[in-house]
Design a binder for this molecule. Structure first.
Ligand SMILES: Cc1cc2nc3c(=O)[nH]c(=O)nc-3n(C[C@H](O)[C@H](O)[C@H](O)COP(=O)(O)OP(=O)(O)OC[C@H]3O[C@@H](n4cnc5c(N)ncnc54)[C@H](O)[C@@H]3O)c2cc1C
Length: 388
């Protein structure tokens, strides 16, 4: 998609590119230190370490076009490893609903990437039906702390997380959306046990977390007791906007085209085959349409609005596009994509193609399954009521 860039936007793009180049990782450098320094230098640029945070919390206050440029440039640059849980998910909840003490206590370490967070929402019996969660938090008689018991599942990065933001049930007498309370507690303590779940592609990123008699001081409750559902939903909208990954898909699609140009088909290449070209073209058109939706969302975000239910459109379309790119990468690798093990034949892209494809199956599940996004879109965007 070509959007007309004004001279000041072109200058901004050059500044961003120069920053990435100047602060590139150099082989042999201590990666952990480089990572922390990178974010510190980005902070000195005036909030480049927290592009989506509001100005009053240190964000850069960019225009939608500047955000768009940033997204595009970060998709091709070699940025330090980062996690969305603190910076993109918990932080907006603390800004909107946390106390001043909680903001002062947690936001600086989140911003400095010194503390890793994980998200304790899903449970063995509560995924799409998240409001059915059962992890129990009981307030002590003196009102000083909660005792938490229960099991969380699919918890990404729980094994490396320092803290968890956790949905708990403090009351089960009313509607299931009521009586949910949003608590924060450290992971490295007695009573928190993390067990790995190895996924299809052989990776360890998700876990089961068993919580037994964990004491959480009331100061670590975000907002009011029983109102956690409201905060949890707001957080999900931020999560969904972040999962679309459209700029990364643009780069991946370009890479796919180049890979297909290296696959011989008679006297031509796979990229010259009409059937393959048609699939790539269809993807490109869908990606462009999704990009316009993202621009609309960026425009309202930079006008100060929190992401609304339209974040479900981005999540749905963006993750489907990512999966289609992975599928076509496997198709381009042909039989070589099925090879597994240390010594693999065929082009190098076929090696990572299959693991990427297997990992991509989860994109339309986490952050709320696609079927659930369709429900949200039909109800809250299109205004369609459920038939009785
Ligand atoms: C790789 C990965 C990482 C994750 N990371 C985290 C994390 O860090 N923290 C966290 O809390 N959770 C995490 N999750 C959990 C994720 O949010 C849930 O898996 C997801 O919400 C779906 O819930 P479920 O697995 O219980 O499936 P279910 O809710 O049991 O759904 C099963 C199937 O039924 C369909 N379905 C359910 N309800 C409806 C409906 N109303 N209409 C139509 N179809 C429906 C679903 O679309 C799905 O296809 C992760 C999941 C994965 C796969």
């Amino acid at each position: 998609m070509d959007i007309e860039l004004a001279p000041e936007d072109l200058a901004f793009r050059e500044e961003v590119r120069a920053f990435f180049k100047e602060n590139e990782y150099k082989p042999g450098e201590d990666y952990a230190q480089w990572r922390l320094d990178w974010f510190a230098k980005a902070a000195e640029k005036g909030g480049w370490d927290v592009p989506k945070w509001p100005v009053e919390f240190g964000g850069p206050g960019w225009s939608p076009t500047q955000h768009y440029i940033w997204e595009q440039e970060t998709a091709v640059a070699n940025l330090p490893w980062d996690m969305p849980f603190g910076i993109g998910m918990l932080a907006p909840v603390l800004m909107a609903y946390g106390s001043k003490e909680q903001q002062d206590r947690f936001l600086p370490d989140i911003r400095a990437r010194k503390v890793n967070w994980c998200q304790g929402y899903s449970e063995p019996g509560a995924g799409s039906d998240l409001a059915g969660l059962k992890t129990k938090a009981v307030l002590s008689d003196d009102g000083t702390h909660y005792t938490v018991n229960g099991t969380k599942i699919w918890t990404t990065a729980a094994h490396i997380a320092d803290w968890i933001f956790c949905l708990t049930r403090t009351d089960d007498s009313g509607k299931k959306q009521e009586g949910i309370t949003f608590l924060l507690f450290p992971m490295k303590q007695e009573g928190v046990e993390v067990k790995p779940i190895i996924t299809l592609g052989g990776a360890h990123s998700v876990n089961t977390v068993f919580i037994t008699d964990v004491k959480v001081p009331v100061e670590n409750r975000v907002g009011e007791e029983g109102k956690g559902w409201t905060y949890a939903k707001g957080l999900l909208q931020h999560e969904r906007t972040g999962l679309a990954g459209l700029s990364r898909s643009l780069v991946a699609l370009d890479k796919l085209k180049n890979q297909a140009r290296t696959v011989k088909r008679g006297n031509a290449t796979l990229m010259d085959e009409p059937a393959f070209r048609a699939k790539v073209a269809e993807l490109e058109v869908d990606l462009m349409a999704a990009e316009y939706t993202e621009l609309r969302s960026l425009a309202s975000a930079s006008a100060g609005a929190a992401p609304g239910p339209e974040s479900s459109i981005l999540k749905l379309k963006g993750t489907e596009i990512q999966q289609r790119i992975q599928k076509l990468t496997v198709e381009a690798g042909g039989l070589y994509s099925a090879a597994w093990g240390a010594k693999q034949p065929g082009p190098s892209f076929a090696r990572s193609g299959m693991s990427g494809y297997l990992a991509s199956r989860a994109y339309t599940i986490y952050g709320g399954a696609s079927e659930v996004q369709k429900d949200v879109i039909s109800k809250n965007v299109l205004g369609i009521k459920k038939s009785k």
